[in-house]
Design a protein around this ligand. Structure first.
Ligand code: ZN
Ligand code: ZN
Length: 318
């Protein structure tokens, strides 16, 4: 048996085991509320920063804010932002093609959902596709020590539970209960919520744009992931800070980013270009004649590495 391969699964399975602790500690409203808050709070960090900022550079921010959100992202136990961005840029470059490491059409739904990141290739970080982040020593440090994030959150949850138990026992929580709910349940829900974008957002939903992959738009996935479910929009044009292209396409992440821009925390949110709306309108006309194909249209080119990363000629970012 290859023990190194088995060892890779240990952290992922341990967090699931902690979540299964609900069987022992029972239901707690206090724990549940904290779990929900940490689920959506950290979902925002993943979608706004790991995805729209570190992977696609669709807005700018201060270097300090960049680091704080990068650290907050590591509490999600999805490794560091550079690892995440490197694999995601590769996904856009090869989307649903043979080199796409988490395409459900190449490797099956389960592998695309939660198997790919435990493979040898999935664990590594190809720094050549994220040269823009290599110049920040604090980010390189965070990549090496990303495990600190989940450990800090777990310790905080345990400590908070113990403090609440002493302040008010009627809150029905404790160190262990809060560890299970605030860290375990919340992180597992966050895992599988995030992973639906790799698996289901390339399988279920509608296609507005005839992209060279099988990406889909789904309201349900967008509500779960704060806007990431408009995945066909995103694959067609990954260079904008918003993924819901119309007012009725709910994109909570974009609304929060917009509010953050009003107080100067982030700025230069890249909009959806007019030509993209024109392409969407042209698609609607075609839809009237015949339904869009569910499989990629032949002859469409895939984005280059630079286009997939969203890196601008002026450098972008912090
Ligand atoms: Zn995708
Ligand atoms: Zn993306």
């Amino acid at each position: 048996m290859d023990f190194r391969r088995v060892l890779r699964y240990v952290p992922f399975l341990t967090i699931h085991a902690i979540a299964c602790g609900v069987i022992l500690v029972g239901f707690s409203w206090t724990g549940f509320v904290v779990a929900v808050a940490l689920f959506f709070g950290r979902m925002f960090v993943i979608t706004a920063f790991y995805h729209r900022y570190f992977s696609h550079r669709t807005f700018r921010t201060h270097r300090v804010t960049q680091f704080l959100f990068a650290f907050a992202g590591t509490t999600c136990a999805q490794r560091g932002p550079v690892w995440w961005a490197a694999h995601h840029r590769e996904h856009h470059r090869h989307s649903d093609g043979p080199p796409d490491i988490h395409s459900p059409h190449q490797h099956g739904l389960l592998h695309s959902h939660s198997g790919w990141f435990l493979t040898e290739r999935g664990l590594g970080t190809d720094w050549s596709v994220v040269p823009d982040w290599a110049k920040y020593p604090e980010l390189r440090w965070l990549e090496r020590l990303h495990v600190i994030g989940p450990l800090v959150l777990a310790a905080l949850m345990y400590g908070m539970g113990e403090v609440l138990l002493r302040i008010d026992p009627t809150l029905n929580t404790s160190g262990v209960s809060m560890l299970v709910w605030g860290f375990g349940v919340s992180t597992v829900a966050l895992y599988h919520g995030t992973f639906t974008i790799n698996s289901l957002a390339h399988t279920l939903g509608n296609r507005r744009f005839a992209t060279s992959d099988d990406s889909r738009n789904s309201l349900l996935l967008s509500l779960l992931t704060l806007g990431e479910g408009w995945h066909n929009n995103h694959h067609y044009y990954p260079g904008t800070a918003r993924q819901g292209f119309y007012w009725w396409e709910i994109d909570i992440t974009f609304y929060v980013l917009k509010a953050m821009s009003w107080i100067g925390l982030v700025w230069d949110l890249r909009p959806v270009p007019k030509r993209v709306y024109a392409a969407a309108a042209a698609t609607r006309v075609r839809m009237g004649e015949s339904a869009l194909p569910t499989r990629p249209w032949p002859g469409l080119t895939r984005p280059t590495a630079k286009e997939a990363s969203g890196i601008r000629s002026d450098g972008g970012g912090a």
